[in-house]
Write a protein that binds this ligand. Structure first.
Ligand code: PGA
Length: 256
């Protein structure tokens, strides 16, 4: 995986937006997997600056709480409209964002896998990481080959969200998430992490053993994973200076 370390969250957002815009320049009808959480908000602010770039993009997303309609401000569907989709030119037929207000999450899971297949797979999947090492809602212990499915969240994961919500928000610990295997099928992964609270899990993800106890360690097996960190999130990496040196010198290879 390529590790890029930026001074702060603002520079991280800028760098991540360059990665997304480079993919869009290459393929205007990109199949783009979105993520929710605090971390990608800065990236979405940057992406909104070029609203026309998204006119042909096919949008998917990682996960959603069970039971919440897209109109509920707590839903991830609402979050993604609020922070990105409503600000950019897009076509309704290209929105494949999950909705939690379905009767049968198993059936929805199968449909998600089918619709990803129907568009030829995800080109670029944006990811955050939970402090417990989850990606999407793939909690520790998730099979590294798992597909989209209903999932029960750990109490700690739910507690992280509840802190940021209206205390009466109707969230439960049932959700739907793309599987680890589904995520690994994306052609390019872009994982973002910011702040000292993520330093321990980033160390495990990048330099620890691959294990389903830390689902994000699967990125070590991905042929094209870009990890953009700020200094605080990178602070505990053993080879931090080496990653910086590699990135700074990347474009000199082959040049005189
Ligand atoms: P965060 O969430 O960006 O709010 O830290 C990340 C995640 O849980 O995937």
């Amino acid at each position: 995986m390529e590790i890029i370390i930026e001074p702060d969250a603002a520079a991280l957002a800028e760098r991540a937006s360059q990665v997304v815009f480079a993919e869009l320049a290459r393929k205007p009808d990109l199949v783009l997997g979105l993520a929710t959480g605090k971390t990608p908000v800065g990236l979405y602010e940057k992406l909104r600056l070029k609203p026309d770039a998204f006119a042909q993009v096919r949008f998917f997303n990682l996960d959603e709480f069970f039971g919440l309609p897209p109109s509920d401000p707590t839903s991830f569907n609402y979050f993604l409209h609020f922070h990105l989709v409503q600000h950019v030119r897009h076509q309704e037929k290209n929105l494949h964002l999950l909705r939690g207000d379905v009767k049968d999450l198993e059936a929805l899971s199968r449909e998600v896998e089918e619709s990803i297949k129907a568009v030829g797979g995800i080109d670029l999947q944006i990811l955050g990481i939970g402090k417990n090492g989850h990606i999407g809602f793939n909690e520790p212990g998730s099979s590294l080959g798992s597909r989209t499915r209903p999932k029960t969240l750990e109490a700690s994961t739910l507690a992280e969200y509840v802190k940021t919500l209206d205390p009466k928000a109707p969230v439960s610990n049932f959700a739907i998430t793309m599987g680890v295997g589904t995520i690994m099928d994306a052609r390019h992964l872009l994982l973002l992490a910011s702040g000292s609270g993520k330093a321990d899990i980033i160390r495990e993800m990048v330099e620890g053993p691959i294990t389903s106890e830390v689902p994000a360690t699967c990125l070590q097996l991905h042929p094209r994973a870009t990890v953009v960190l700020d200094e605080a999130a990178a602070a505990k990496l053993k080879r931090r200076d080496y990653y910086k040196w590699v990135f700074e010198n990347k474009w000199r290879v082959g040049q005189k």
